[in-house]
Design a binder for this molecule. Structure first.
Ligand code: C2E
Ligand code: MG
Ligand code: MG
Length: 592
């Protein structure tokens, strides 16, 4: 049989090699399925040798083989390389008679017969061949070659299946992050100058995912992803991607401008009855970014979309546009997260300040809340409102709370030893409650400083407990059993029902400052706080008002029989010595 030779131009060669790399069959495709096909081919021809052979720029090698020891041969004068290049069938009936192959590695090894069919991608690139070899000259018939062709098609189906596995999310059937990146890269080639708008839908903040998995199980997450995928497909006419288990992306209709696209996404989210975390009432959040495909790398685009989502969350809005200011904020957050580890190690960056809590009836100081402060060596004072939310869901939350406990109890022990009758309130984070040794470590620290548990109160927020229900409850009960008090902080800002809160072993409720600062707005706001206090009293809680700034608020809250108050009107958070002085002064004032 005559050999066909064809000149392969270099761009075609590059494309073929890219297709080979792209399919990633070098490492990932399961060996056994290829071996099985090779064995079938050998049996079909009743020959000792068969192979799935792949061709790269300078070598031809076997993905699978029967009857040969070596894994590869030089590409030069390799019949499989010819099959891959020409994408045509090649049969060499007798190597000894062949003008090219009579003198090659295979003929030197005693091979006399070869039949190979190309392995071709759907796009028509030849990757290699499925071949059979024999040590005697031989002819072939049409049915044998047709069967070899069918086996080659099976090899390619296997390859494509494997390829699809790497590009499609099995749970939703949507193309994945890798596919998004490739499609955006293609877009940069196809229409480099056309500005497009990318949209991301984020089901949950990263911090909630783990909790939700723990409480509801992974099948609940799968249900959420599937429902989101269904809605996304409807929204973007089947063109969506799943970037992570909880993040979905698509491109906006090219006819929309950015404001129209934002409105469309906001409408979709607001009208949707899709709540992703029932216990917290969390809704999907959207992020949009306008981009020029040729100027923005796909990974940078994903980062911009994430930043936009975060910015929407920060503003409590259903969706937001990416802006480079947000990016600056993200960079700062990243830096703070990184630098906090050093702050924990340094002895001059973190410290506690104390804000007195006052009995409204007498205006005497009953206790104080310890509040963490961070003086960053370059950025100056960082508010805990900024850094605590960044840290509290990371592993550093544990070290942060350990620092607070140690510093607070050292201070409390000192005050108590000097006859100052005060107790302290400490804030804890959700990650603390998840730590298996949390209770033991709290009790050990108390013992180390010889502190009575009843001098200590732990503040936690509603959402913290709700998202951890059973586990948290057990730990809180152990702490209260030991004699510690539990306070619910920022009351009214979560979604919990009072009947739910009643399951908690808390004895104190701190009404969030947003309700107190709203008191001056009118009768309705006053009625709300009045009802809250009444209800909480009926349920047996001590009620504390947070963030009292005005004298009128003190008077009103006293009239509403609120038990205690905290706020700038009494004192800002202050250094330990300042609190001592304040307590002395108050005592003197009372004595006088
Ligand atoms: P929080 O526990 O609700 O603390 C009360 C916050 O309100 C404090 O802010 C306090 O300075 C502020 N505040 C007190 N009185 C007034 C007032 O009259 N008006 C206004 N506008 N604000 C007032 P700070 O110290 O910035 O802390 C913010 C939040 O950071 C705290 O809210 C708490 O959630 C968290 N945090 C602070 N220290 C710690 C800590 O040691 N551990 C943990 N886990 N979180 C902490
Ligand atoms: Mg607090
Ligand atoms: Mg609070």
């Amino acid at each position: 049989m005559a050999i066909q030779t064809r000149f392969i131009d270099s761009s075609e060669e590059v494309q073929r090699l890219e297709a080979l790399q792209d399919l990633n069959i070098l490492d990932t495709a399961p060996q056994e399925s290829f071996d099985r096909i090779s064995r079938m081919a050998a049996r079909l021809f009743n020959l000792p040798i068969a192979a799935v052979s792949l061709t790269d720029s300078d070598r031809q090698w076997f993905k699978s083989r029967v009857g040969v020891e070596h894994w590869g041969i030089p590409r030069d004068k390799a019949p499989c390389a010819e099959v891959a290049e020409t994408c045509g069938i090649l049969v060499v009936e007798d190597f000894a008679q062949h003008p090219v192959y009579s003198n090659c590695v295979l003929s030197d090894a005693g091979i006399r017969f070869y039949a190979g069919v190309p392995l071709m991608t759907r796009d028509g690139y030849g990757l290699g061949s499925l071949c059979v070899l024999g040590t005697e000259p031989r002819t072939v018939d049409d049915s044998e070659m047709a069967a070899l062709g069918d086996l080659a098609a099976m090899v390619m189906s296997q390859v494509e299946l494997q390829h699809a596995f790497g590009r499609i999310e099995p749970v939703t059937g949507l193309p994945n992050r890798q596919q998004f990146i490739e499609d955006m890269t293609d877009l940069a080639i196809e229409s480099p100058d056309r500005t497009r708008i990318a949209i991301m839908f984020d089901l949950l903040p990263a911090t909630q995912i783990e909790q939700l998995m723990r409480i509801m199980g992974s099948s609940h997450m799968d249900d959420l992803s599937q429902e989101a995928a269904r809605r996304l497909k409807r929204f973007c006419k089947g063109q969506g991607y799943q970037i992570t288990p909880t993040q979905f992306a698509c491109l906006a209709n090219p006819d929309l401008d950015i404001d129209q696209a934002l409105r469309q996404v906001e409408d979709l989210i607001l009208q949707s009855d899709f709540i992703t975390d029932i216990s917290l009432g969390t809704r999907v959040t959207g992020g949009l970014a306008a981009f020029n495909p040729a100027q923005m790398q796909p990974k940078d685009l994903l980062r911009a979309l994430n930043t936009a989502v975060q910015s929407a969350r920060d503003q409590g809005r259903p969706a937001a546009l990416y802006s480079s200011d947000d990016e600056t904020l993200e960079r700062r957050r990243f830096r703070l997260r990184q630098d906090f580890q050093a702050a924990l190690q340094a002895n001059d960056q973190l410290r506690l300040v104390f804000q007195p809590r006052v009995t409204l009836e007498t205006e005497s100081i009953a206790s104080a809340e310890a509040l963490l402060r961070w003086r960053h060596p370059n950025l100056g004072e960082i508010s805990p409102g900024e850094f605590v939310p960044l840290i509290e869901h990371t592993a550093m939350a544990h070290q942060m709370t350990a620092f607070v406990f140690d510093a607070a109890l050292t201070q409390l022990a000192d005050w108590r030893s000097r006859g100052l009758d005060i107790s302290l309130s400490l804030n804890i984070s959700v990650t603390n409650l998840n730590h298996p040794d949390f209770v033991k470590q709290v009790l050990d620290t108390l013992q180390k400083h010889a502190i009575e548990p009843q001098w200590l109160e732990l503040e936690l927020t509603e959402s913290m407990v709700i998202s951890n229900a059973a586990l948290a409850l057990k730990k809180l009960e152990q702490l209260t059993k030991a004699g510690m008090k539990i306070a619910i902080d920022d009351f009214g800002t979560g979604y919990s029902s009072l009947s739910y809160l009643q399951n908690l072993p808390a004895s104190v409720v701190k009404i969030d400052q947003s309700f107190i600062s709203a008191l001056k707005e009118g009768n309705r706001e006053r009625q709300l706080v009045k009802s809250m206090i009444k209800l909480l009293h009926d349920l047996g809680y001590t009620v504390v008002a947070e963030g009292i700034e005005l004298r009128e608020e003190v008077d009103l809250l006293r009239a509403l029989e609120c038990d205690e108050g905290q706020g700038y009107v009494f004192s800002r958070p202050i250094e330990a010595t300042a609190l001592e002085n304040l307590m002395m002064a108050k005592r003197l004032a009372v004595v006088a």
